[in-house]
Design a protein around this ligand. Structure first.
Ligand SMILES: Cc1cc2nc3c(=O)[nH]c(=O)nc-3n(C[C@H](O)[C@H](O)[C@H](O)COP(=O)(O)OP(=O)(O)OC[C@H]3O[C@@H](n4cnc5c(N)ncnc54)[C@H](O)[C@@H]3O)c2cc1C
Length: 317
């Protein structure tokens, strides 16, 4: 019998985040039937994209307006759906939203949960995830009737496989979460339309940026190369940039194609968040900084000299 997999689709301003497609690709193993769970969105407009990656059923969930960003209400709706469609596996992204939602679902259905997976073998229910700040890779066997996996964004390359999805409607408008109310939502970083987890190129600044104002040169350059700006914890703790920009063990885990570390020494905790990047380029005044021996290319220079020069070159085409 086919394994039914419910995949929680994460949206950004009504659009499907690119990293969902890698997650769907990972779920597309032998003998699996893929259901996309989409909350409060125009599923008709998303159907073509979801179908093109092998989704055969889209569950269109509607929550009332005041509950749509409430992770407790979302979790309630999803557990109803799990019971109706008899899912044995739930996939969601290991993003900030996923970290809020997936543990709630796992707790409510008493399922094992493995977060931040970069691979899941659905034949054997084995998930791979990094532990101890990325020093070891754990292979975890999940057992139970329902298993919940959080998938690291961009860890799996998306590959198309056309299918034709039907839309099934789930009315969750009467679901109200007790004891949990969302008062306000908004973008922590309105400077970029792309999230850190989604970015193909990240320009990240650390203590070497010296202050918050100097981050302007990174934003300028990022705009020219369609990159997103990230930061080390020092830059966040110093109040230079918001927490949503932090990369690392206690920040966002990212897997861009290119990661450019500007004035970042390369601590274990920082590496824990970006070591799966395709290519790492470091700009640092110290050749002995640990990032210099753990990157693909480095430039021994002052970031304040190099970045404006790169921006100028990009401006000139
Ligand atoms: C439990 C725990 C969790 C943590 N989680 C995280 C996390 O999620 N993310 C994270 O980043 N850190 C985290 N940290 C902190 C981490 O240990 C480091 O302190 C931090 O990553 C260092 O940040 P940095 O590289 O910006 O600063 P530093 O280590 O001070 O490095 C600054 C670098 O900038 C270079 N530099 C200085 N001036 C210039 C210039 N003008 N041009 C170019 N280069 C220059 C210096 O040579 C140096 O290499 C955590 C720590 C703990 C204990």
């Amino acid at each position: 019998m086919n394994k039914k997999i419910g995949i929680i689709i994460e949206l950004e301003k009504g659009k499907i985040k690119e990293s969902n497609f890698g997650m769907i690709t990972l779920a597309r193993a032998k003998d699996t039937e893929l259901f996309a769970i989409v909350i409060n969105a125009d599923t008709g407009a998303l159907k073509e994209d979801l179908s093109s990656f092998g989704i055969t059923k889209i569950i269109d969930v509607s929550l009332s307006c005041d509950q749509q960003n409430n992770p407790a209400a979302m979790a309630s709706a999803i557990i109803h759906i799990i019971r109706v469609y008899h899912f044995s596996i739930i996939f969601g992204l290991s993003t900030a939203k996923g970290k809020d939602l997936l543990p709630r679902i796992a707790a409510l259905v008493e399922a094992p949960l493995v977060m931040d997976c970069f691979h899941v073998d659905l034949d054997k229910n084995l998930a791979k995830t990094s532990q101890y700040s990325g020093k070891t890779i754990a292979t975890i066997k999940a057992t139970g009737d329902i298993l919940v996996f959080g998938i690291r964004p961009n860890a799996v390359e998306s590959v198309k496989e056309p299918a034709l999805a039907d839309i099934l409607v789930f009315d969750g408008s009467t679901i109200v979460s007790k004891g949990f109310r969302v008062l306000k939502t908004g973008d922590a970083d309105e400077k970029s339309d792309i999230s850190l987890a989604e970015a193909e190129v990240i320009l990240a600044g650390g203590r070497g940026m010296k202050n918050g104002e100097n981050f302007a040169i990174l934003f300028d350059c990022a705009k020219k190369m369609n990159a997103v700006v990230g930061a080390s914890r020092v830059a966040v703790d110093s109040g230079w940039v918001p927490y949503s920009m932090q990369v690392g063990q206690t920040g966002e885990k990212v897997s861009p194609k290119v990661y450019i570390a500007c004035g970042i020494s390369g601590s274990i905790q920082h590496f824990a968040g970006m070591k799966t990047s395709g290519m790492v380029i470091a700009i640092n005044t110290e050749e002995t900084a640990s990032i210099m021996s753990n990157c693909d290319y480095f430039v021994v220079a002052d970031v304040m000299d190099i970045i404006p020069e790169v921006t100028k070159l990009l401006k000139n085409g």
